[in-house]
Design a protein around this ligand. Structure first.
Ligand code: KG4
Ligand code: ZN
Length: 328
């Protein structure tokens, strides 16, 4: 079975073709980061317009590079939520239309399920069950993944998502949007242990997170400093270390609670090197990540989630054109 996947939930248009026998056949991505950078964040209306411009050309590109035509597609998977309503509607409208024209099934995929399953695209991929840490610009989730479609939410952020906290802290330190990777790069020049930031919600039981306090802590530390480049690097490092240690503490707890020995880490922030180093060092745990380019949003994870759900015969919602911007 060959599945065309379309991702358009935020500021990347991603398209891919996944074959259940041959694996990933082709994928293409257009990032709108430059479009939104001058506004310091994603402008939803501009995102929707750009998805309209890019989705069909990317579908052509992917089919051409795989040497296939639309007749070779067996199903169309698209991101139906969570995300920006207008942006989601573009992918949904195009995905459902292509599927309807080909008389093939249209599969409405949850974006977070796409991230969650993305490490299964790799040669070294985890067996079920596992704990998944999903860390992106919009979400921070710990999930007990028992099988495809059988997920239990263990914990989530009660305020800012971890990527959002990275971006907001980077912004107050004067970095461009999205600031996560810039802050991580700056942290490499930092002096360890100059500032000690809190590890929020770690001294009480539970698996929820809170990151907005760390951002405020970073702001106050910055305002009290001489605002030199070294101060900036030291604050970036202290912030990143606090985030990484907090995430690691909660991952350890989630693994203990579930008894699982495998941990999957996905979403944009899973690209963070300090986070990977910390989690890889956990004794007795196998940690799995998507390849670097599939940590952030992409069409491959949506095509794959569509294929794997279809194979597992996970029930699809009744056909509908609607999207779910707040899909839990
Ligand atoms: O999954 P993603 O591409 O989009 C959403 O679904 O949100 O995640 C984007 C987030 C942004 O907040 C970005 O700053 C963050 O991932 N990010 C990073 C790094 N690379 C991307 N945060 C920290 N360190 C990184 N290396
Ligand atoms: Zn995402």
């Amino acid at each position: 079975m060959r599945v065309l996947g379309i991702e358009s939930s935020c500021d990347e248009t991603g398209v891919a073709l996944y074959d259940t026998e041959q694996g990933l056949l082709a994928h293409a991505l257009f990032s709108q980061i430059d479009l939104h950078a001058e506004y310091g964040g994603v402008v939803p209306e501009l995102a929707s317009r750009d998805h309209i411009r890019k989705t069909l050309p990317l579908i052509d590109e992917v089919l051409n590079s795989a040497g296939l035509t639309t007749q070779d597609i067996d199903a169309v998977a698209y991101t139906a939520g969570p995300g920006l309503a207008g942006a989601l509607l573009v992918g949904a409208a195009i995905g459902r239309s292509v599927a309807w024209a080909l008389d093939k099934p249209a599969l409405a995929i949850n974006h977070m399920e796409g991230h969650l399953l993305s490490p299964l695209l790799e040669d070294r991929s985890p067996a079920f069950p596992f704990v998944s840490l999903l860390v992106s610009g919009g979400h921070t989730l710990l999930v007990d993944v028992k099988a495809v479609g059988d997920y239990e939410l263990l914990g989530e952020s009660v305020d800012d998502a971890v990527g959002e906290a990275f971006d907001k802290t980077a912004k107050l330190l004067g970095m461009d949007y999205p600031g996560g990777p810039y802050l991580a790069a700056k942290a490499e020049e930092g002096t360890a242990d100059r500032f000690e930031f809190p590890r929020p919600m770690t001294n009480r039981p539970g698996l929820d997170f809170s990151f907005s306090g760390l951002k405020t802590f970073a702001m106050n530390t910055w305002l009290d400093s001489d605002k030199t480049e070294q101060d900036k690097a030291d604050i970036a490092l202290a912030f990143q270390t606090a985030v990484v240690e907090t995430l690691a503490i909660k991952c350890r707890r989630a693994l203990k609670q579930t008894g699982h020995k495998r941990l999957v880490v996905a979403g944009g922030v899973s690209a963070n090197k300090a986070l990977r180093t910390k989690l890889d060092a956990m004794p007795g745990v196998d940690v799995f990540y998507p390849r670097q380019q599939f940590c952030s949003d992409n069409g491959a994870m949506i095509a794959f989630a569509g294929a794997i759900r279809q194979q597992a015969m996970v029930k699809q919602d009744a056909p509908s054109f609607s999207v779910r911007p707040r899909w839990p």
